[in-house]
Design a protein around this ligand. Structure first.
Ligand code: EPU
Length: 418
């Protein structure tokens, strides 16, 4: 297993190009299953999770051709409508193939994802929505067996606005007979990106990005050429990197319009932030303590909670972070404490008392965004920080050491250490 070594204390400065969004690329890749025509996709990030999904799509029948800056993908025939446990346990987002497989070939067999480090992560709402569209669903021996000769449009109310649940239902409804209306849909920009892609393929989806999405099913979808949106969580992570190191970073090819909650919260901590069309400049200044609460979009994303926790660890006062989306997304607290952070967790609240400095230590990553928070802490800590289990990081941050090195960080990957 690789590990990362960081010598902290350097202010970062320069430009960072933001990659395509992991959480938009995943559903869009899954959506290619809906049509037999070829798609040309640009700005797909090079990440562990993306490779996992591409390999699964190949097992299902996709032909994938990688070029330097785009990827051609075509699923002429579904050769295999299964996603067994060996895939689903590697990455729970493989559940995204369920809706498209069912809509395209009337049958799908997908292993039921279990919980993960950040919570139980049920998917009953995905299944409820598919049942409303007429699917017959059975779970046997840990496998979801879904069947529907032809899905039928239906009104669906989601008790909780689930992101991948909304995506599953939008994809399935695109090929259903009649109209589907999803109420209390998740509003995340990645859902809008998926809907835009599907509309390029000929789907009729109105209202993505709001909590009321209307999908008029069409008999077939075409191929499309599409560029994936920028990753707002990667951009947010680099913004915090500028803030925590009191540096000056300009983020290129990002989407500030999708990041208002992150921009405003970081401004409240004292950073100066300049916003242009697809560029964000963050100049780190003093770091004030602020309270924050994660919420569904357009609230502050849970995927930024751990990074803000690292920042609050070196703020000038006391702050409370409330996590409302996932029940155990505080795994990074114990590791941050090993670096000298003063954090107390009670239920879904973390109380943080800012300290003047963190100190480098050997620490362990527990999940993707926790890894990012440990990197951020390492960038500001005195001395060396050694982070293990960084495979979590590689699932969601493209070339992160290179991007950080290019803006002045001292960070190095050590291959294959125990
Ligand atoms: N929920 C239910 N029932 C369901 C589905 C969800 O109760 O059937 C609950 C969950 O337990 C949670 C809440 O709804 O409390 C929101 O979960 P959601 O389903 O929206 O999460 P997800 O779709 O599994 C996606 C992202 C996550 C991100 C969350 C929240 C992808 C591939 N994953 O997960 O990203 O944290 O939305 O924004 O899009 C990450 O990138 O690090 C990551 C974990």
């Amino acid at each position: 297993m690789d590990k990362i070594l960081i010598q902290g204390g350097l202010a970062l400065s320069g430009e960072v190009k933001i990659s395509g969004a992991k959480n938009a690329a995943l559903p869009i890749l899954a959506a290619t299953l809906l049509s037999p025509e070829p798609h040309r996709l640009k700005n797909i990030p090079k990440l562990g999770d993306i490779t996992t999904l591409k390999r699964l799509l190949e097992k299902i029948g996709a032909g994938i051709l990688e070029a330097d800056d785009f990827c051609m993908i075509q699923v002429k025939n579904i050769e295999n409508n299964e996603a067994p446990y060996s895939w689903v346990k590697t990455m729970r987002a493989t559940i995204l193939v369920l809706g498209p497989l069912l809509a395209r070939c009337g049958e799908a067999h997908v292993s039921l994802p279990g919980g993960c480090a950040i919570g139980a992560r049920p998917i009953q709402l995905h299944l409820m929505g598919l049942e409303k569209m007429g699917a017959e669903i059975k779970i046997e021996h840990g496998i979801i067996h879904a069947k529907a000769a032809k899905l039928k449009g239906a009104p669906i109310y989601l008790e909780t606005p689930t992101v991948t649940g909304t995506e599953t239902l939008v994809m399935a409804a695109s090929l259903a007979e009649g109209t589907t209306i999803i109420e209390n849909a998740a509003c995340e920009p990645e859902i809008t990106d998926l809907a835009n892609f599907l509309n390029h393929c000929g789907a009729q989806i109105i209202g993505a990005g709001t909590d009321h999405i209307v999908i008029n099913g069409v008999p077939a979808l075409l191929g499309a050429s599409y560029e994936i949106m920028p990753d707002r969580i990667e951009a947010g992570t680099f913004m915090v990197a500028a803030a925590i190191t009191k540096g000056d970073l300009t983020l290129k090819q990002c989407c500030p319009g999708d990041m208002v909650s992150i921009i405003e919260k970081l401004r409240a901590t004292g950073s100066e932030i300049k916003v242009e069309k697809d560029t964000l400049r963050v100049i780190g200044k003093e770091i004030h303590a602020v309270d924050l609460k994660t919420l569904p979009y357009p609230g502050l994303p849970t995927d930024m909670q751990a990074q803000f926790m690292a920042l609050m660890s070196v703020s000038d006062g006391a702050s409370v972070i409330t996590e409302t989306i996932f029940e155990s997304r505080f795994n990074h607290c114990a590791e941050l404490r090993r670096m000298g952070a003063q954090i107390k967790v009670e239920g879904n609240h973390a109380m943080i008392k800012g300290v003047p400095a963190l100190s480098g230590a050997p620490i362990m990553a527990s999940d993707l965004r926790a890894s990012a928070s440990l990197i951020l802490a390492g960038l500001v800590a005195q001395g060396e920080t050694e982070i293990r289990r960084i495979y979590h990081l590689d699932r969601g941050y493209e070339a992160i050491e290179q991007k950080l090195t290019d803006v002045g960080a001292s960070i190095q990957r050590v291959k294959g250490s125990a």
